[in-house]
Design a protein around this ligand. Structure first.
Ligand SMILES: Cc1ncc(COP(=O)(O)O)c(C=O)c1O
Length: 395
């Protein structure tokens, strides 16, 4: 049996996979066993932010793998402490908890919020508000705050006391807000829900409402964090909308499984020994990779490159839109970009794959471009040429 047949026979059938087996990756490119070369504009869904097998990441992981793999959080670990220091210094948060995925990071943030609500003997402050079309993960708590029925319905009953508001509609949040709300969770840019950035007025308004009702503001930066929007975290681009808690994962360790949630001064002492834990969270090998990611960010000025090359990509997409009206909209920030088209996103993803370009759909009509942050203009041109050929054929 080949890989595709074995997968079909032995692995739980929860993914719709494209019929491709990637064997190797280098920089922004993926290769099949037969040597076919694909440009990776998906980064494994916003993960491999320094491309595939970046030499500095490989070196860091190799060195750590030859030194120490795992000890558990019962003991101290130098790569983890170093990483925490770097992240805290770079973000202004007070403390961080390490876990293994985005869902886990959000799960931890939600647990923290529920405990926050119980302070001072309160019993009713348990309400959580999230946004329609959000995506926060697949665990029971995170699928509950993921306000999309298609992900929730088979798993009813969900977590109690969760309410949904319209994204970028402050009145909708206001209508649900009262002193029983312990947290509002939202993505500064909704990724999976179709690449919708939050307006500044919306985030500021939600921040003010949270302050008024003593609720925590949680930003899910699992997808939009770690440099993808041109700042280390997306919320840094919004003035006066700092969250109490924010989460990240995906790109944090450049391709190894790692998540984290960050807390501010108000929330740094809510979780106490025994409240929350993870066997693998902050494993030395993934921490070594994450340290290397941050070092490369600084050394290679990655955030500037994101801003510059993303502008080039967006401007070029706009020119394409003037020629081909199949492009209805171009949205996003940095390298969390999406184009809305007037036909099926799944179809365009397939067409691009035939041109050896890997992309990711977001809903039915949006195709996401989430390239490695190291992508160069010449590589972006490959995507633009492929889109031009595809759209020309359709008009
Ligand atoms: C914004 C956001 N939050 C949470 C998650 C869940 O992350 P994970 O798949 O690592 O659990 C995702 C995954 O796509 C995401 O985009």
């Amino acid at each position: 049996m080949d890989t595709i047949e074995k997968t079909g026979k032995y692995i739980l059938n929860t993914y719709n996979r494209y019929p491709v087996v990637f064997e190797k990756g280098e920089g922004c490119f993926l290769y099949t066993k037969d040597g076919e070369k694909f440009l990776d504009m998906g980064s494994g869904i916003a993960v491999t932010l320094l491309g595939h097998c970046h030499p500095e990441l490989v070196k860091a992981v190799k060195e750590q793998a030859e030194t120490l793999w795992h000890t558990s959080n019962l003991y101290y670990s130098t790569p983890v402490a170093d990483l925490a220091e770097k992240l805290i210094n770079a973000t202004g948060a007070k403390r961080v908890f390490f876990c293994n995925s985005g869902a886990e990071a959000n799960e931890g943030a939600l647990k923290l919020a529920r405990k926050y609500g119980k302070q001072n003997g309160k019993t009713n402050k348990t309400k959580i508000i999230s946004m329609y079309h959000s995506f926060h993960g697949r665990t029971m708590a995170t699928v509950t705050v993921t306000a999309q029925e298609k992900y929730q319905k088979p798993f009813y009953p969900l977590l109690p006391d969760v309410y949904y508001a319209e994204y970028n509609d402050l009145d909708s949040v206001k209508n649900l807000m009262d002193d029983d709300v312990c947290a509002v969770i939202l993505e500064p840019i909704q990724g999976e829900g179709g690449v919708h950035p939050a307006s500044h007025d919306f985030l500021k308004g939600v921040r003010d409402l949270c302050d008024k009702h003593d609720a925590l503001l949680i930003y899910d930066e699992v997808q939009c964090g770690m440099g993808r929007t041109g700042s280390l975290f997306c919320h840094m681009q919004y003035k006066d909308c700092t969250p109490d808690v924010f989460t990240t994962a995906k790109g944090l360790a450049g391709g190894l499984p790692m998540g984290a949630f960050f807390v501010n001064e108000k929330t740094e002492n809510i979780l106490q020994p025994g409240d929350h834990a993870s066997t693998f969270g902050g494993n030395p090998i993934v921490a070594a990779a994450a340290n290397a990611v941050l070092d490369v960010f600084n050394k290679e000025n990655i955030l500037n490159a994101v801003k510059e090359n993303s502008s080039y990509f967006v401007e070029s997409l706009k020119k394409l839109q003037q020629k081909y009206n199949v492009i209805k909209d171009i949205r996003g920030v940095g390298f969390l970009l999406g184009i809305e088209i007037d036909y099926s996103a799944a179809e365009l993803v397939k067409e691009l794959l035939e041109h050896h370009i890997v992309t990711v759909p977001a809903g039915t009509s949006v195709v996401r471009f989430l390239p490695p942050l190291i992508i160069k203009k010449e590589e972006i041109d490959l995507v633009l040429n492929a889109l031009e050929q595809i759209f020309k054929k359709r008009t």
